[in-house]
Design a protein around this ligand. Structure first.
Ligand code: PAF
Length: 253
């Protein structure tokens, strides 16, 4: 797997692949990879001739500077995992490569991005949609893969691709869970052993609870600080904090 640091370098390779008629799948990530990311890379490798993954911890989508600072970073380990999962290229650009404008230009969705996580993380989705538009444009892929754990993010990115007539097909992939039901997330590694032991109760409550008010009460009793539990798009969504770590999840109703 080749590691690429600049957009110019990637563009040269992408054009060469396009000339040969090779299909490209793209898996954008912020690193600290886990089995959920691996499943996206494997799906892309199965469905495309070549797979590009990216690792970029995008500062514009963090509403809390401490969260950005604490976000796990493990480039060497991630690169090995990507290579073993079938990625052909890893794009790992610096901030200045992706934001030559210093974030003066940004994308905003004005309705669904204000709900659920958007109501609790001001401007979060502006940062996500802006960086994803940049990355999709740079990647020039036939297909791009996103996990359903971030279902609201997936819906907004799908809408973005439609609104801006992007050529890339946005493909949702099922949430990958630990054996005890906890959704895989890069933030799980920040949980203390006690928080990790309690964390699966979040998914249990979301799946089994009768209604959102009862689930909120149950989660609060279990010691979580609840941002929201809400039903939308035929799914039940939740976001809680276990100490300083924010967990999100969703299940089909
Ligand atoms: O889901 C993520 O890891 C990020 O939000 C994404 C899509 C890579 C954009 O930074």
């Amino acid at each position: 797997m080749r590691i690429i640091r600049t957009i110019a370098r990637w563009r040269g390779l992408q054009k060469a692949h396009a000339r040969k008629g090779l299909t490209l799948g793209f898996v954008p990530t912020m690193g600290a990879l886990h089995a959920g990311h691996v499943s996206l890379v494997k799906k892309s490798a199965a469905e495309n001739d070549r797979t590009l993954a990216s690792i970029f911890v995008n500062p514009t989508q963090f509403d809390d500077p401490r969260d950005l600072e604490n976000y796990p970073r493990a480039l060497e380990r991630d690169a090995k995992l990507l290579a073993a999962s079938g990625a052909d290229y890893l794009l790992a650009p610096e901030y200045g490569e992706l934001y030559p404008d210093g974030y003066r230009y940004r994308v905003q969705e004005t309705v669904d991005s204000k709900l659920l996580c958007g109501a609790h993380r001001p401007d979060h989705f502006d940062g996500v949609l802006t960086v994803v538009l940049k990355l999709l444009h740079i990647a020039g892929a036939r297909r791009a893969y996103f996990g359903e754990k971030d279902y609201q993010q997936y819906l907004l990115i799908k809408g973005l691709a439609e609104a801006f007539f992007l050529d890339t097909e946005i493909i949702p992939c099922p949430t990958v869970r630990e054996a005890d039901g906890l959704a895989m997330s890069s933030r799980n590694m920040l949980l203390t052993p006690e928080q990790r032991a309690a964390a699966p109760q979040f998914h249990t409550a979301l799946s089994a609870g009768k209604n959102t008010a009862a689930i909120r009460r149950l989660l609060a009793r279990k010691g979580f600080s609840v941002d929201y539990v809400a039903e939308k798009y035929g799914r039940r969504f939740g976001a809680v904090r276990a100490g300083k770590v924010r967990l999100i999840d969703n299940v089909k109703i």
